[in-house]
Design a protein around this ligand. Structure first.
Ligand SMILES: NC(=O)c1ccc[n+]([C@@H]2O[C@H](COP(=O)([O-])OP(=O)(O)OC[C@H]3O[C@@H](n4cnc5c(N)ncnc54)[C@H](O)[C@@H]3O)[C@@H](O)[C@H]2O)c1
Length: 328
């Protein structure tokens, strides 16, 4: 049987494909390459370039491969862009996501692992954030993820679909051969490392008056290899007849922006100039996961997600691939 991975040419998707292949799984990738890279996938992996919302293409793929489960990564994922262009996010992430679910149901695929996010919680009421915490997103991007979560839960009741919705906190780090290449890059760790590599003048720190020890915002960083393994474990859970789940993927430990910059200065040996900018509206001061449920349900625990390892691995990737996948 085969796993359909949507968005498999993106950052987390390509690392997960690498992990699944190392387990001997049959993987088929669907990605429109709007934000991903063909080079992030081994040439031998069956690849279809197109939209997840294209029913004819989905029919063809499910005809040509014995798909019995799907991991759905494909989405746009910039908070700021979603505030400026909400239609883009509701169309790409929600309308196309629903069309994908419909096509999978038609083809008899009843097991889905979904890339959700801590942004579905919005401003947390208490920390660390548990799965049953209130979800009230502060951006159209967050709503697009929450709407798909609701659709999955409704389709379970109506159609017997089984799912694991994984709410990632901040993905970071790299493997030896695959890493983060977003354009523009807005994530903190690759942006800091681009500054260390001389590809940007400085790192902009948004807000230094938050109620945290050094005044900068705190986030829970999770190594992309740990995320990839959680997807494998989620598939195993569903294959063994496990119940549908919403699970946080984080470490339960947060680092402030200044702590991350200091760690990057140590790891790279570079000065990395930082400038303070006003805080961004809607940016919570702290986002930290309670990840106990993922450990209990999946037997999964982050193994590579201490900050030194994350920054070290991301720096190795940045050093070996100065311009990401595009130019060597
Ligand atoms: N990076 C993070 O820290 C983070 C945190 C929480 C959740 N997520 C979620 O994880 C998933 C992957 O994130 P990423 O950082 O790897 O993003 P990414 O942009 O690197 O990968 C997304 C991939 O999906 C593809 N895609 C987008 N819309 C598509 C469509 N309609 N049809 C086909 N392909 C399409 C893009 O071309 C890209 O290759 C996303 O759903 C994102 O919302 C990411």
């Amino acid at each position: 049987m085969a796993i359909l991975v949507t968005g498999g040419a993106g950052y987390i998707g390509s690392v997960t494909v690498e992990h699944l292949c190392s387990r001997g799984e049959n993987v088929v990738v669907l990605d429109n390459l709007s934000r991903g890279h063909r080079e992030a996938l081994a040439p031998a992996i069956p690849f279809y370039q197109g939209n997840v919302g294209d029913p004819a293409l989905l029919e063809r793929i499910t005809h040509e491969h014995p798909i019995d489960s799907s991991i759905h990564f494909a989405a746009f994922a910039y908070v700021g862009e979603s505030v400026e262009h909400p239609q883009l996010y509701f169309e790409n992430n929600v309308s196309q996501g629903l069309a994908l679910l419909a096509a999978l149901l038609r083809a008899g695929v009843r097991r889905i692992v979904f890339s959700s996010s801590c942004v579905t919680y919005g401003e947390p009421e208490s920390l660390p954030i548990k799965e049953d915490s209130r979800q009230w997103p502060t951006s159209p991007y967050g709503w697009s993820k929450l709407l798909l979560e609701r659709a999955l839960a409704s389709y379970e009741t109506a159609h017997g679909l089984k799912f694991v919705s994984l709410r990632y906190f901040n993905a970071a780090g790299a493997t030896k051969t695959r890493g983060e290449h977003h354009d523009p890059e807005t994530h903190l760790i690759p942006s800091i490392l681009q500054a260390a590599a001389g590809l940007r003048r400085e790192i902009r720190v948004f807000g230094n008056t938050y109620p945290t020890l050094d005044g900068t915002a705190i986030r829970d960083y999770i190594h992309v290899s740990d995320l990839a393994k959680a997807h494998g474990a989620a598939l195993d859970h569903l294959r063994q007849g496990g119940a549908s789940q919403f699970l946080n993927l984080g470490t339960g430990h947060g680092y402030s922006v200044m702590e991350v910059i200091d760690c990057a200065r140590r790891v790279t040996g570079k000065a990395i100039p930082a400038v303070i900018e006003p805080p961004r509206p809607g940016d919570p001061s702290r986002l930290i996961a309670n990840a106990d449920k993922a450990e209990k349900v999946l037997g999964w625990k982050p193994r590579h997600s201490d900050l030194e390892t994350i920054v070290h691995d991301a720096w190795e990737w940045q050093t070996r691939n100065r311009y990401g996948y595009r130019v060597k």
